[in-house]
Design a protein around this ligand. Structure first.
Ligand code: C5J
Length: 225
């Protein structure tokens, strides 16, 4: 791809400037088990509608981003079927009746290859779009994401997906420490807990954008033209 000129998106704490050819759309964990009724998230008592409101804005942004030929990368949280990469501390955390690796409503919970682990159809990866399988909350931990971004000349990220305060926030912080500038469209990220969503965004844009910038998908679409 040839280098594209810089675009400006209205954002907080100040406008975000990016070059589409050096910017990737990083879609975090839009997985059936987190977003779909009848999945693991709902089984835990969470209101999946809090996450499902992100589907349509993500779908629209993804469509526009793809139509410009820009880079899209997806992530999925999950573990090897033999659970060899699952820290015992993560397995037992929460003292729930069911835990990672057990049979859940959509197959084994957060296990790669199971139905619930897969990405929802509305934003399903196209052939050629890297899918990063991550064992942790952050997308850089124990993955090849940084190498892929470096090899493709990516310096900026538009980070979307779920959940705002867990995997999105962790990934944005990891990205920030590795030198990436991150823009988070508030309508394209979601949490089961509205207060955590709000604070998760506040924490990113506080102190002059200590971890990144916050905007809205409509503003990104407007900048793309
Ligand atoms: C993500 C989680 N994707 N909340 N996972 O945020 O456990």
């Amino acid at each position: 791809m040839t280098t594209t000129p810089s675009l400006t998106v209205e954002a907080e704490p100040y406008p975000f400037e990016f070059s589409p050819s050096a910017c990737a759309l990083l879609m975090i964990d839009m997985q059936r088990d987190f977003l779909e009724p009848g999945g693991f998230g709902e089984m835990l008592g969470n209101d999946v509608l809090q996450l499902r409101r992100t589907i349509e804005p993500n779908r629209k942004l993804l469509k526009a981003w793809r139509s410009m030929g820009c880079q899209v990368i997806h992530t999925r949280e999950g573990h090897r079927p033999d659970l060899a990469d699952l820290p015992p501390a993560k397995k037992v955390r929460g003292r729930g009746k069911s835990c990672i690796g057990d049979n859940g409503p959509m197959g084994r919970i957060l296990v790669r290859g199971e139905a619930g682990h897969d990405i929802i159809p509305e934003v399903y990866p196209l052939p050629g779009e890297p899918v990063i399988d991550k064992p942790g909350k952050g997308a850089f931990f124990a993955t090849d994401l940084h190498a892929i971004l470096q090899n493709r000349g990516i310096q900026q990220l538009i980070v979307t997906g779920v959940t705002t305060e867990v995997c999105v926030n962790t990934t944005v912080r990891e990205a920030n420490d590795r030198g990436y500038n991150c823009l988070i469209p508030s309508d394209c990220v979601g949490s089961y807990f509205p207060a955590f969503h709000e604070m998760g965004l506040q924490m990113i844009k506080a102190q002059g954008g200590i971890f990144g910038w916050v905007s809205h998908s409509e503003k990104i679409l407007a900048a793309l033209g």
